[in-house]
Design a protein around this ligand. Sequence first.
Ligand code: NI
Length: 206
Amino acid sequence: MFTAIYFDFIKFCDKIIVYFGGDYMIKMGNILDEKDSRLRSISNEVVFPLSKKDKKAIKDTIEYLTNSQIPEISEKEGLRPGMGLAAIQLGINKRFFVVVHEITREEDKKQKFNTYIIVNPKIISHSEEIIAADTGEGCLSVNREVDGYVKRFARVTIEAFDIDGKPITIRAREELAIAFQHEIDHLNGILFIDKITNNINGIRTI
Ligand code: NI
């Protein structure tokens, strides 16, 4: 299931040059801050085909998220590291997001990432098990340290559409499952800071 999806992503992604030498389309200043009320709106379902503007936002987001997770680039360009960004964080009131998930293993010489472009997602099933990120969560729209944990399902299955409107089903677990739930919350006007708890008794942290 994953393989087919990746091929589509790769087809899309291989046209993207990850490092443009500092000419970034998305800078921290383009990302809405938590005080911006637009982040509290419920985003609208996407009607296909995606507009040119939306496709460009997706391309720019992939570029930002990838570069932000490459230390040499993020430090040089002052990019705050992030693995996910929802359209509304760029002021686009539509139900799509991008997650760039690092999958580098020790033996890899270069960092490796899986890129997910997720449109009109729905969580169709989830585990009973709840987990929390042991360092807490972060968000490119929340520019401060926030103590505490966020409880998330350990595993989720999502039905969504890819960038071309083709239905996709993705099963995600652990860190990737947390990222998807965080981004789907954005589509519903919810920020992780709304869900902060200090009580994680009996919950596995990852
Ligand atoms: Ni966020």
